[in-house]
Design a protein around this ligand. Structure first.
Ligand code: NAD
Length: 262
């Protein structure tokens, strides 16, 4: 199998930071033109500039993926600037932790909006490029080990990440006749801003030290006590985007140093 995305157009949400940024750089290095989408406009612009400076093609776009109009306009812009979309990496995410009895309804709705509404709206917009003439494409959702397991204090996150399995599996079935494939990539703990923010919060909520949060909660289920690397996730996404047939579709791939074996 050839690892090349030459001539392909990829949209990556939440690509101004962390896993999304690393994925944008990785897919660009394989030849894809990349739309770097993020709620943080300057961060999206900065990553797009990094790609262009390295000789790639990219646009940076400020988009709130929970807003249908913004999403649709962004995809129209991408098609005009880069061409029809071949790859969607639905990656943008946030974390709000609290016990169920103290979880504010507004926080619950915000979590489901970013993770599920955002995935749905960007999928629908991407399919407008992928379905005509059965052009096809690949949609990759960022799930989590929490697509398969639960942790205390993460009701909304666990619910949303389980929900993405449903969307992805449905798309794998509906999209097959149009050559669209769909997957969920499920990272273990990756040391990005999203995770670093949680360490002091969890220590406070659970009444343990930050070191204990890392060793006993985050990395306890791994085979080697290691954080997963952003590049490991980006490489898995690249592999799935390059895979040439529907032999591989509708799957959930866990990349986690052995945490959560399913
Ligand atoms: P991150 O915080 O580094 O980056 C997330 C990006 O999403 C940010 O740039 C943020 O501005 C953007 N974003 C948030 N809300 C948005 C919105 N409404 N519209 C557009 N962009 C928005 O996070 P990360 O750790 O790189 O996580 C990326 C994805 O991977 C998330 O879906 C996360 O749940 C998932 N994940 C992360 C880990 C981990 O350990 N870091 C583990 C499993 C899954």
């Amino acid at each position: 199998m050839q690892l090349s995305l030459k001539g392909k157009v990829a949209v990556i949400t939440g690509a101004g930071s962390g896993i999304g940024r690393c994925t944008a750089l990785t897919l660009s290095a394989l030849g894809a033109s990349v739309a770097v989408v993020d709620l943080n406009g300057p961060a999206a612009e900065k990553v797009a500039q990094e790609i262009v400076l390295a000789g790639g093609k990219a646009v940076g776009l400020l988009v709130d993926i929970t807003n249908e109009q913004q999403v649709d306009q962004a995809f129209e812009h991408v098609v005009r600037e880069l061409g029809p979309v071949d790859i969607l990496v639905s990656n943008a995410g946030i974390q709000i932790i609290n016990s169920i009895e103290d979880f504010a309804f507004a926080d619950w709705k915000k979590m489901l909006a970013v993770h599920l509404d955002g995935a749905f709206l960007t999928t629908k917009a991407a399919l407008r490029s992928m379905y005509p003439n059965d052009r096809g494409g690949t949609v990759i959702y960022l799930g989590s080990v929490h697509s398969h397991e639960a942790s205390k204090l993460k009701s909304a996150y666990v619910t949303a990440k389980h929900g993405l399995l449903g969307l992805s599996r449905t798309l794998a079935k509906e999209g097959a006749e149009h050559n669209v494939r769909s997957h969920v990539v499920c990272p273990g703990y990756v040391a990005t801003p999203l995770v670093q923010k949680q360490i002091p919060q969890q220590a406070k909520e659970l009444g343990i030290s930050e070191e204990e949060v890392v060793a006993k909660i985050m990395l306890a289920g791994t085979v080697d006590g290691q954080f997963t690397d952003q590049q490991d996730i980006a490489d898995m996404i690249a592999f799935l985007a390059c895979f040439p047939s529907a032999a591989l579709t509708g799957q959930s791939l866990i990349v986690s140093h052995g945490m959560a074996m399913h």
